[in-house]
Design a protein around this ligand. Structure first.
Ligand SMILES: [Zn+2]
Length: 216
């Protein structure tokens, strides 16, 4: 299953809007993540937090509990922790969804210009694969999760974002634990047409897990 983790596929199945053969076929041929680099350290985050309370820098790695607390509080020092990744073979139209996000994130997308590639741009399909690199801070990653993990995001975009969250989980599990859809964050789905995930057994499980982050 190229590029797609079991978790990404499961996440699609848990949403009421479904997971049909068409979507499955699309994601089988969809993106992989080339790298996930963490830029900035938790020590730097903690030092910024200490500056705000007129304290000198510390030396130790902050505890997992502290990391979760400041992430959930969404205090500004978390913006010193950044992530850099690249999707390979991301369908162009999915890339277009992601470039709508502009706060705390930068995008670098491979050109489709005719004079650069030798391929007629006009002839490219909407799903022509692009390379899409991002540089984003922890606050942006949590914000984008609220939108792109919602059942109203397109299934392909949601799957591509789940790939990012899964890759982050391997490096910074505390950040990944705070990446939840809007309904888990706010207690309802605020979309014009709610996605239907709210109140489902999977929702209750996810909410419970999210609230545990605060006390674990
Ligand atoms: Zn929703």
């Amino acid at each position: 299953m190229r590029g797609f983790t079991r978790r990404a596929v499961n996440s699609l199945q848990s949403y009421p809007r479904g997971f049909d053969r068409g979507v499955f076929a699309i994601i089988l041929h969809m993106a992989t993540i080339k790298f996930m680099k963490v830029k900035g350290t938790w020590r730097e985050v903690a030092d910024a937090a200490r500056t705000t309370i007129r304290q000198d820098e510390g030396t130790k790695e902050p505890s997992s509990k502290w990391k979760k607390r400041i992430l959930l509080a969404e205090h500004s020092p978390i913006r010193k922790l950044c992530f850099n990744w690249k999707w390979l073979d991301l369908p162009y139209w999915v890339s277009v969804h992601f470039v709508r996000h502009k706060y705390g994130i930068e995008h670098f997308v491979s050109t489709q210009r005719t004079d650069r590639t030798g391929v007629q741009r006009d002839a490219n399909r909407q799903d022509a694969p692009v390379m899409h690199e991002c540089f984003a801070n922890a606050q942006a990653v949590m914000f984008i999760s609220r939108r792109r993990l919602c059942g109203q995001a397109s299934a392909e975009t949601r799957a591509a974002w789940q790939l990012v969250v899964d890759a982050i989980a391997e490096k910074e599990p505390e950040v990944a634990a705070c990446c939840v859809p809007e309904c888990v964050y706010r207690g309802f789905c605020p979309e014009f047409k709610p996605c239907g995930f709210f109140g489902s057994p999977a929702y209750k499980k996810m909410l419970e897990k999210y609230r545990e982050v605060a006390v674990s």
